[in-house]
Write a protein that binds this ligand. Structure first.
Ligand code: 9D3
Length: 230
């Protein structure tokens, strides 16, 4: 997969893109990422990317010209037309089914704003899929784009090692994880449950399955998996 990210702060992505699973996916050639600054597509001396809203009101609005120019330039160099994604609080909420849809694309183009809104003609002219990562206010689309890249990368074939893949399986059954412990067997008066220390594999499995059901019902009654009887 190839991902282009357009942003006023392209430098914020590099550390997370070079670390852990995303870094390894890039090293292994499963993923390429390119970050581009809208400011490189301005022509005035102040390199203006935003302006006051028509009709008045607070804040600034991201201008059409640098966004369209950046999108067109990046796409002109792409092998296939990318799936255009606008990161916005008004978008479709990102969840694992949407992540799966996005992971099926060959190329993604992520369009980030910062502080300000987008000129509406960016939506009208570029017809992007609009995506939100949840109902809270971010300072910009960059953190949301990073979340999207992370979640999509995990689904690329070969991105996860064998051990990590098992984890992936257990989340897609819709239940929360069971509690985990490592040594020491007692820490500040808190003991590891006897069943885990027992070495009784069938009982460990039963305890973990039970803990997952209890946790899901207690913490996430909204999840479909919480409604299963038993
Ligand atoms: C408080 C400002 N709001 C009223 C003018 C509008 C607003 C504009 C831009 C609110 C947040 C932002 C910046 N957020 C994003 O660009 C963003 C976002 C988010 O804030 N929450 C969840 N998902 C996303 S995706 C992009």
């Amino acid at each position: 997969m190839h991902i282009d990210i357009l942003s006023l702060f392209p430098e914020v992505f590099e550390p997370m893109l070079s670390t852990s699973i995303i870094g390894r996916a890039r090293d292994n050639g499963l993923l390429t990422v390119a970050c581009t600054n809208y400011r490189d597509y301005t022509h005035d001396v102040h390199r203006t990317v935003d302006d006051k809203p028509y009709g008045g009101g607070p804040g600034m609005v991201l201008k059409c010209e640098p966004v369209f120019a950046a999108v067109r330039d990046v796409e002109s160099r792409a092998a296939v037309p990318p799936l255009r994604i606008l990161l916005t609080p008004q978008g479709r909420r990102l969840d694992q089914p949407l992540v799966k849809e996005l992971a099926a694309a060959q190329t993604l183009l992520l369009i980030c704003g910062h502080y300000e809104g987008f000129d509406e003609r960016i939506r009208l002219g570029l017809k992007p899929l609009e995506v939100s990562i949840g109902d809270y206010v971010l300072s910009g689309g960059e953190a949301a784009a990073m979340v999207l890249v992370d979640t999509v990368t995990r689904l690329l074939p070969g991105a996860l090692g064998a051990e990590e893949s098992v984890e992936e399986e257990s989340f897609t059954d819709g239940l929360l994880e069971y509690p985990q412990y490592t040594r020491p067997a007692e820490f500040e008066g808190m003991r590891v449950p006897d069943v885990l220390v027992s070495g009784h594999h069938a009982e460990v499995a039963r305890w973990r399955a039970e803990q997952r059901r209890l946790r899901t019902r207690e913490r996430r009654p909204d999840l479909p998996a919480a409604r299963q009887d038993g």
